[in-house]
Design a protein around this ligand. Structure first.
Ligand code: 4NP
Length: 158
């Protein structure tokens, strides 16, 4: 099973989601069950490490980051089983590059897996405060725990 998180820059939200889910998978001994990656719809930061503010916020909670920014490709719709977008703007971009209409069913909003927060999107923290970065991690922990529950109880993620 292969899961891809997508945001705009691939330096804040989607690398945070990738990091949190990977770490929780590791703790549960489930790393073999799910391959996790992330990508962005904007090419501006390609090759960069995640934003220093996100790295700091993740480190403070004991997470290690190791992703590098990459651009989403049409091929990702073939290579991944589930594609989780952070907001509706990402969904619109992903629709535009989706190579076949039937592959659109792989696309969902990551926040739709939240159980403790009533949100539909993960808000962009880029022009925000340290609290906005914390909020991204709160949401990532929420939906990642639920995704892990799906795996544990063998419920389909998509
Ligand atoms: P992300 O945040 O989509 O969560 O990685 C952003 C990063 C960079 C920009 C916007 C959002 N930017 O405009 O460069």
């Amino acid at each position: 099973m292969r899961l891809l998180f997508v945001c705009l820059g691939n330096i804040c939200r989607s690398p945070a989601a990738e990091t949190v889910l990977r770490e929780l998978l590791e703790r549960e001994g489930l790393s073999h069950a799910l391959t996790v990656d992330s990508a962005g719809t904007l090419d501006y930061h390609v090759g960069s490490e995640p934003d220093p503010r996100m790295r700091k916020a993740l480190r403070a909670r004991g997470y290690q980051l190791w992703s590098r920014c990459r651009l989403i490709q049409s091929q990702d719709f073939l290579d991944f089983d589930v594609i989780l977008a952070m907001d509706q703007q990402n969904v619109r971009e992903l629709r535009r590059i989706c190579p076949k209409p039937e592959l659109m069913s792989k696309l969902k909003l990551a926040a739709s897996y939240c159980t403790r927060h009533s949100v539909s999107e993960v808000p962009d923290p880029y022009y925000g405060t340290s609290e906005d970065f914390e909020h991204v991690i709160d949401l990532a922990e929420d939906f990642s725990q639920n995704l892990i529950q799906h795996l544990k109880t063998q419920r389909p993620i998509n």
